[in-house]
Design a protein around this ligand. Sequence first.
Ligand code: SF4
Ligand code: SF4
Ligand SMILES: [Zn+2]
Length: 283
Amino acid sequence: MNVQILEQTPDMLRFILEDVDASFANALRRIMIAEVPTLAIEDVIIIENTSALYDEILAHRLGLIPLKTDLESFVLPQDCGCGGTNCPRCSVTLTLVKEAKEIDTQDDSVIVYSGDLISQDPEVVPVNDLIPLVKLDKGHRTELEAIAQLGKGKTHAKWQPVATCSYKYIPIIDLNTQECTVCGDCVESCPQNILKIEENRLTIQNMLDCILCKLCEDTCDFNAIKVRWDNRIFAFVLESTGALPTEKIIKKAIEILQEKAATFKAEIELIQEGEKSEGYRPN
Ligand code: SF4
Ligand code: SF4
Ligand SMILES: [Zn+2]
């Protein structure tokens, strides 16, 4: 298996994964979406909420705020020695108190933002301080306590570490220069503008942007262009919500995949041992 990084920022990663099949690539994608844990607000204790927003909607919005997550410092509530009763190993408390006192005109209002949450752990804070939660009118007040826990995207999307995680096959475009009349019809039809005519020749630029739609192939009356792909090479793109860096997401996903494979192997061996000791029993 080969990995080639094309582009990397703390929140975005584009890479090529070579020499694997679609089932492996898809397992990796699904684990990154659904099984790499992150912290998100799970319980909200509303002490006061005189805003126009129902408590439930406010709690839902709080749950969707991505929180910076340190996977080494926390465990899933179901794996915690406290039995998931919100001890410091499996939870973090954030508080919020905001009141609209200083409003003079009718059109004025105070907006409560994610950045107004005060966390008991300085490492566990909203990824972005400017996510609006609720608008307070004159005299309105919101006071609450929010408890964040580790969870997985397969339980609720608020625990997904990625906003996007997808892959596609790497395109291969074959040009038959003998047959090509440089008519330019395929250039017109390409939605990605990757085909160009330069110095009386058809050229391909940024081949990775090809979406394999084959419109160029359909347009060509001379069978001069063919689009295919290698089904063992994938171009991945993942965008983090900011809860975890992309590198951490992929490393954790690989770790989880290895654990799953080891468990599967151990289970198969147990079945085989059982069959050996009990002998073969047809149904
Ligand atoms: S449509 Fe066919 S012949 Fe025309 S430029 Fe494209 S590949 Fe060449
Ligand atoms: S397959 Fe589609 S995107 Fe790719 S080169 Fe042809 S027309 Fe453009
Ligand atoms: Zn605990």
